[in-house]
Design a protein around this ligand. Structure first.
Ligand SMILES: *Cc1c(COP(=O)(O)O)cnc(C)c1O
Length: 231
C-alpha cells in the first residue's frame, strides 16, 4: 500500500473513533481530501484508495485537475474551500459540488448568474470568521443571519450551512467549534430543514470538530503530507 492509502485508512479509523466518542454515526461525517498544491498522481492514489471528495483552494489548480483525464471518475466531487473572488466564479460554476467559502451575498449572486446557464443549482456554505482574527476571511458571527437571509433569496444557489477555520491554538478551538454548532442550529431553526452542513476541522483539530457536529471535515496534511509552501 502506498503512503496516501495508508494515511487515508488511518484517518478513516480516527474519524470512526471520534464518532464513537461523540455518539455519532461515521456516515454523518464526510471526509474531504484537501489536495491543494499536490500533483495529480497523489490525487489518483487517493481515488484508487476509495476517496471521492476533494477540496481545492485555487480556481486555476482546480480546473487543471478536473480537466485531467486520469482523475476523471464518475462519482468524484470537487469542493471549493479557498477564498473566491467574484470575477472567478464563472470558472467553477458549472462543475463545483459545494462552495464552502461564500462570505457575502454578492458572491452568491455571481455564482447564480453562471449556474443558471447550465441549469444548475450550486450548493454553498457561508464562511464564518469565528476566531475574529484579522488574517481570516469570513463573516462576523453577528452578520451571519442577515447574509443568510440574502443568500436564501438568490436563485440557482442553495444555502446548505456554514464553514469555518478555527484558531491555530488548540485550547481555543473547542469553544469556537461549539459556537459554530450553535450558529448552525439557529440558522436551521430560522430557515428550515435544508440547512444541515457544518464544514470544520482540519488535520490538527478534526477530532474536536466531530465532537461539535461537523458534517464535512477537510484534511490535507494528514493524507498527502506537508505542503512545500504553507497556504
Ligand atoms: C489547506 C486547508 C485545509 C487542510 O489543512 P490541513 O491542516 O493540511 O489538513 C482545510 N481547509 C482549508 C480551508 C484549507 O485551506
Amino acid at each position: 500500500m502506498n503512503h496516501i492509502a495508508e494515511n487515508l485508512n488511518q484517518i478513516r479509523a480516527e474519524i470512526a473513533e471520534a464518532c464513537i466518542r461523540a455518539g455519532r454515526q461515521p456516515e454523518e461525517v464526510k471526509l474531504i481530501a484537501v489536495s491543494k498544491t499536490k500533483p495529480a498522481p497523489d490525487v489518483k492514489a487517493a481515488i484508487d484508495a476509495g476517496q471521492t471528495r476533494f477540496g481545492e483552494n485555487y480556481v486555476q489548480e482546480l480546473t487543471e485537475k478536473w480537466n485531467n483525464h486520469e482523475l476523471a471518475t464518475p462519482n468524484i466531487e470537487w469542493h471549493f474551500i479557498g477564498h473566491l473572488q467574484s470575477n472567478k466564479a464563472k470558472f467553477i460554476a458549472e462543475k463545483i459540488s459545494l462552495v464552502h467559502t461564500v462570505d457575502k451575498a454578492s458572491l452568491a449572486v455571481e455564482l447564480s448568474k453562471h449556474a443558471a446557464k447550465p441549469g444548475r443549482t450550486i450548493p454553498v456554505l457561508l464562511e464564518v470568521n469565528i476566531s475574529g482574527e484579522d488574517s481570516k476571511y469570513g463573516l462576523r458571527p453577528a452578520d451571519v443571519m442577515r447574509e443568510a437571509d440574502a443568500v436564501m433569496r438568490v436563485p440557482n444557489v442553495e444555502l446548505k450551512g456554514l464553514m469555518t477555520i478555527a484558531s491555530p491554538e488548540r485550547e481555543k478551538v473547542k469553544t469556537q467549534f461549539h459556537a459554530m454548532q450553535k450558529l448552525l442550529a439557529e440558522l436551521h431553526q430560522h430557515f428550515g430543514a435544508g440547512i444541515t452542513e457544518l464544514s470544520m476541522g482540519m488535520s490538527g483539530d478534526f477530532d474536536l470538530a466531530i465532537e461539535s457536529g461537523a458534517t464535512y471535515i477537510r484534511i490535507g496534511t494528514a493524507i498527502f503530507g506537508a505542503r512545500s509552501f504553507n497556504i
